[in-house]
Unconditional design. Structure first.
Length: 498
């Protein structure tokens, strides 16, 4: 390791983490060793927690909720802790980005940008804690007044994936905390380090013990037990549609816990002939390559107007060939490693299916050999028909499929021809087309002449099989509340019994 800057090369030995329950670090017997997907060397060891560990964490979160040590604070009190957490994250930005890049394989520059976004999440969450409010009804007649209270839902289980371990965490945690809930977090087994580091940050910021607990371990054992737990009031799950479905069954078979689900996507990017084609090509290259396409909002279906399709694809190929695929710890890298071996195999398999199904490979199409780690070149297929697997399935890799359209109606129809509805974008200089398409495409997030832009003020979540509910912003806080109607009689009651 470089002695002057410890964040430029992988550690010489794996760092061991405990897990975090009731404000205390605990040790466990068995460990899970994680190798950096960019380097192939061990970087972290986390505990394979047991279901008993999980039960202890839920119990701690329940006690912390019931005695109101957190929900009993004013919004300003909770917001103050969140603002301090933002400051600490600012101080520890490079360190957290380093562990994120090591475990996930994403470029360090991108990881640092993500931590900046996470800081903003805490700042917005702090404001939301103070602004959260209910409603009142002054319309029920002179003798009745109605108030609508928002109360925290209780103990929240939070299951997060490996593609944005810290970002997805921070798009939820500040808003859950703003609402007054307590929680048990189960990060992906391959990317748990930064979720554990957040426990240090929140403790230093003054969060009471038991409010934020982290249990590490497998999805099959710990994730499943959390989703089935009868003492968890709400579960926020981000991951595959298949596991999302199993969470729905688990909730129904246990206590009908409320669910927030952010699942897969197969997101369209619609390019009209009247757009700025240079801008649109840059957006398309970014939209499919950012985070190696392992992004639920990756724009993986290019829907381009036929009259400019050839010109646009040529422009796009030129741009995609210039993308710098490289070592995640190299500050110049734009596209890093594929996070898991399983995901790497899945992506290569889809590329092979695209070729076998008769799509035309325009660029990329295979692994990039950097001597260590697993990397895949940004890939573009043209001549894709809507029934091909590469056009229908979420590949979760840097593989873009181009399809062509002739009319606005065709474009909308193609964009909506998917079971998913997470995100979409349109590129045009015509305001009528932009508004028509943004109103007709069924997706939770929509961009006009940009892609993956936004801030934690804006809600995120999906239509159709992309999920339930919304995260972030005031909408995100409200998801973690219950609404209670309070009716107040004014004056003397009109008696029922004469
Ligand atoms: O996801 P899993 P995987 C999609 C993407 C990817 C595919 C498979 O298409 O190729 O899913 O990825 C926990 N009960 N997305 O297999 O298994 C697991 O430990 C409860 C899209 O890694 O869904 C991890 O913490 N939890 C997505 C989390 O679920 C369980 C992000 C996600 O893992 C569980 C990731 C169970 N039975 C993958 N089994 C997005 N929307 O961004 C596993 N888990």
């Amino acid at each position: 390791m470089d002695q002057n800057n410890p964040f430029l090369s992988p550690p010489t030995a794996a760092r061991t983490f405990g897990f975090f329950v009731d404000g205390q670090w605990r040790e466990g017997g068995e460990h899970f060793e994680r190798a950096s997907p960019g380097h192939g060397t061990p970087v972290t060891r986390t505990v394979r927690c047991s279901v008993d560990d999980l039960n202890a964490a839920v119990c701690a979160a329940r006690n912390a909720f019931e005695d109101r040590r957190w929900s009993g604070l004013s919004g300003a009190g909770r917001g103050g802790v969140l603002l301090r957490a933002a400051e600490i994250l600012r101080r520890r930005r490079d360190e957290i980005a380093y562990w994120e890049a090591l475990e996930n394989g994403k470029p360090i520059a991108q990881a640092r940008g993500e931590i900046d976004h996470c800081i903003a999440c805490f700042e917005v969450g702090a404001g939301a804690a103070r602004m959260l409010h209910g409603d009142s009804f002054n319309s029920l007649g002179d003798d009745l007044f109605g108030m609508v209270l928002r109360e925290p839902i209780g103990v929240v289980g939070l299951i997060t994936p490996w593609n944005f371990p810290f970002l997805i965490l921070c798009e939820r945690v500040p808003f859950i905390l703003a609402s007054g809930c307590t929680m048990v977090v189960k990060p992906s087994e391959v990317t748990s380090a930064t979720t554990l580091l957040l426990a240090e940050v929140l403790t230093e910021a003054g969060l009471p013990a038991g409010v934020y607990n982290v249990i590490t371990g497998s999805g099959r054992v710990i994730g499943q037990a959390l989703s089935e737990h009868p003492d968890v009031d709400m579960l926020s799950f981000t991951g595959s549609t298949a596991v999302g479905r199993s969470c729905v069954h688990a909730a129904a078979d246990s206590n009908f816990k409320k669910l927030g689900l952010e699942l897969g996507g197969k997101n369209p990017i619609i390019v009209f002939a009247d757009s700025d084609l240079e801008d649109a090509a840059d957006g398309a290259a970014f939209g499919i390559s950012f985070n190696t396409g392992q992004c639920c909002v990756s724009s993986s279906r290019l829907i381009v107007e036929r009259s400019v399709a050839a010109e646009f694809e040529k422009l796009l190929v030129e741009k995609m060939k210039k993308i710098r695929v490289g070592d995640p710890l190299d500050g110049a890298t734009q596209v890093g490693a594929i996070t898991t071996e399983a995901q790497n195999a899945t992506i290569l398999d889809y590329i092979a299916r695209g070729k076998a199904d008769g799509a035309t490979l325009l660029t990329g199409g295979g692994a990039v050999d950097l001597g260590r780690g697993q990397y895949i070149a940004p890939t573009l297929f043209s001549g894709v028909s809507r029934d091909m697997a590469i056009a229908r399935d979420e590949i979760f890799g840097p593989v873009l499929c181009s399809m062509h359209f002739d009319t606005v109606e065709d474009a909308i129809q193609l964009a909506n021809d998917t079971v998913y509805g997470l995100a979409a974008s349109v590129w045009t200089k015509n305001i009528d087309k932009a508004l028509t398409v943004s109103r007709r495409v069924r997706a939770g997030r929509f961009w006009v002449n940009t892609i993956m832009a936004g801030g934690p003020e804006m809600p995120l979540g999906g239509f159709k099989q992309s999920g339930w509910g919304r995260e972030a912003g005031i909408y995100g806080v409200e998801e973690y509340t219950q609404v209670k109607s309070v009716h107040v009689e004014i004056g003397k009651r009109t008696h029922w019994i004469a």
